[in-house]
Ligand binder design. Structure first.
Ligand code: FES
Length: 185
C-alpha cells in the first residue's frame, strides 16, 4: 500500500487562500452547522481547497484550519486519513485502485500490473500524464476490483486496462445483480 502522508520532499507553495468565490462557498457550508460546531465543515472545506488548487498543500490545510479556527493538526489528521484528499500534485489522469481484501481476492494485482504497463509507471508514482495510487476500499467491495479514475468510481474491473480518462462500463458476465456468481443455485 502506498503511504498517504505529506511527502517531506514535495515542494510546497508559500501560501494559499480561498478565492472570493470559494470563500463564499465555504461560508455557506460553515453556516449549515450549529453554532459552536463549525469545525464539522473541515471535510467539505478541504474538498473546496483541493478543487481550487488541484491538491492539498500544507498551506491549503493551514488556511482551512485558520478559517475554522482549528489547530492545524486537526486538519492534517483528517486530510491524511482520507485517500480522496490529494497530498501531492497529480497527473492529468488520477487512478486510485483499491487493493484491500475484497478487491485483492478478485485480482486487483492483475489490474495493477495492467495499469502499470499501460501508463508506464509503477503504483505510487506520477508523471504529467498520470498518477497511479493504491487506496483502501472504494466502497464497492461487492463488485471488486474497484478503482476511481479522476474521481469517477468503477468496479468489476478486468485487465487489460485501456488508456482512457473514462474507462467504459465493466462486463457483467458471471455476475448476479452486483455480486460475482461463485456457486450454481
Ligand atoms: S475492498 Fe475494494 S472496494 Fe472495498
Amino acid at each position: 500500500m502506498s503511504s498517504h502522508s505529506v511527502d517531506p520532499a514535495q515542494p510546497q507553495p508559500e501560501s494559499f487562500a480561498f478565492t472570493p468565490e470559494m470563500r463564499a462557498k465555504a461560508d455557506v457550508i460553515i453556516a449549515r452547522y450549529p453554532e459552536g460546531r463549525q469545525r464539522s465543515a473541515v471535510l467539505p472545506l478541504l474538498d473546496l481547497a483541493q478543487r481550487q488548487a488541484g491538491w492539498l498543500s500544507r498551506a491549503a490545510m493551514d488556511h482551512v484550519a485558520e478559517v475554522l479556527a482549528l489547530p492545524n493538526i486537526r486538519v492534517y489528521e483528517v486530510a491524511t486519513f482520507y485517500t480522496m484528499y490529494r497530498l501531492r500534485p497529480v497527473g492529468r489522469v488520477h487512478v486510485q485502485l483499491c487493493t484491500s481484501i475484497s478487491c485483492a481476492l478478485r485480482d486487483s494485482d492483475g489490474v495493477m500490473r495492467a495499469a502499470e504497463e499501460v501508463f508506464g509507471i509503477p503504483f505510487g508514482q506520477s508523471n504529467a500524464d498520470c498518477t497511479l495510487e493504491e487506496v483502501e476500499c472504494a466502497g464497492a467491495c461487492v463488485n471488486g476490483p474497484a478503482h476511481s479514475t479522476s474521481s469517477k468510481v468503477q468496479s468489476a474491473l478486468d485487465a487489460p486496462w485501456k488508456k482512457s480518462n473514462a474507462p467504459g462500463p465493466a462486463s457483467t458476465a458471471r455476475r448476479r445483480k452486483s455480486a460475482m456468481i461463485t456457486t450454481k443455485i
